[in-house]
Design a protein around this ligand. Structure first.
Ligand SMILES: [Mg+2]
Length: 282
């Protein structure tokens, strides 16, 4: 395993980075990944939990900040169930879905995605079920996305070899591959990611949007490769002059990709430190 050799941000640099958010919460957005950020990573994804302390802190933040949203690889509904707060927005399935606060309707952000789903379904039905079971690779069907998880596999190298072989087949069938923390996703050949999801989420609240200029600064906190797209989206919005400032926070771990840390304004190292960071916003 790779040791964590990253420079963790000091209390002073955290306070400095949070200042623009703290000084005008009425025009600040706080965007949060869920697994590995709000909830510790566990062997079985279905057992992941957001602590009561984290939940009540998030609720307090909703009273003060213009926008609080979770941006997850899970389905939007599942993320809402897990976080347990109905009054915030959820961007689910890596930016493919949007569940607005209090809404029961999940919006698929790109209609082309729904149309391309049958390609993923065909691939799913061709999977070698017995070999996957033997290797302890868990298959999760998440709408247009098929996820292969090997967390907890006894022989990790064998599980990875099998998953990579399937990834090659998926690629040859014209599907897209995305890699995360002990998970490989097979996706339809339609571009979507957390970055696009974040842009869609913020679109109405930025200059020129339907809601007027409600959001001026935004923070994003995440722990994985897919969160880099969200970092990228916030940086782009700043370059375009649509956001005044952005703060990208990496939650470093042995499994976190180096690029995430390289591209972050702040680096912290645990869900507990995310809680402390968010508490600093009150
Ligand atoms: Mg995560």
């Amino acid at each position: 395993m790779r040791a964590i050799l990253v420079a963790v941000s000091s209390a002073a640099s955290i306070a400095h980075a949070l200042a623009p958010l703290r000084s005008s919460p009425e025009s600040a957005a706080i965007l949060l990944d869920v697994d590995g950020t709000l909830a510790p990573i566990v062997e079985r994804a279905e057992e992941a939990r957001v602590s009561e302390a984290m939940r009540s802190l998030l609720i307090e933040l909703t009273h003060r900040y213009a926008l609080i949203a979770c941006v997850s690889g899970r389905r939007a509904q599942e993320a809402r169930q897990m976080v347990g707060i109905g009054s915030i927005a959820y961007v689910g399935n890596h930016g493919a879905e949007l569940l607005a606060p209090a809404s029961t309707q999940v919006r698929i952000l790109d209609p082309a995605l729904a149309a391309a789903r049958s390609q993923v379904d065909r691939f799913a039905s061709s999977l070698p079920a017995a070999a996957l079971r033997r290797a302890r690779v868990r298959v999760e069907e998440k709408g247009p996305v098929l996820a292969l998880h090997w967390r907890g596999a006894r022989d990790e190298a064998a599980a990875v070899a099998l998953v990579e072989e399937l990834a090659k087949r998926a690629g040859a069938a014209g599907l897209f591959i995305h890699r995360g923390r002990k998970v490989l996703e097979v996706r339809p050949p339609v571009a979507f990611d957390k970055g696009r999801g974040v842009r869609e989420l913020l679109a109405g609240a930025l200059p020129g949007g339907e809601e007027g200029e409600r959001i001026a600064v935004a923070m994003y906190v995440g722990d994985d490769r897919t969160d880099l797209d969200a970092f990228g989206a916030l940086r782009e919005l700043v370059r375009e002059g649509r956001l005044e400032a952005a703060c990208c926070v990496a939650v470093a771990s042995e499994e976190a990709p180096e690029e995430l840390i390289e591209h972050a304004d702040l680096v912290i190292t645990s869900v507990e430190e995310v809680r402390a960071l968010l508490a600093g916003l009150l």
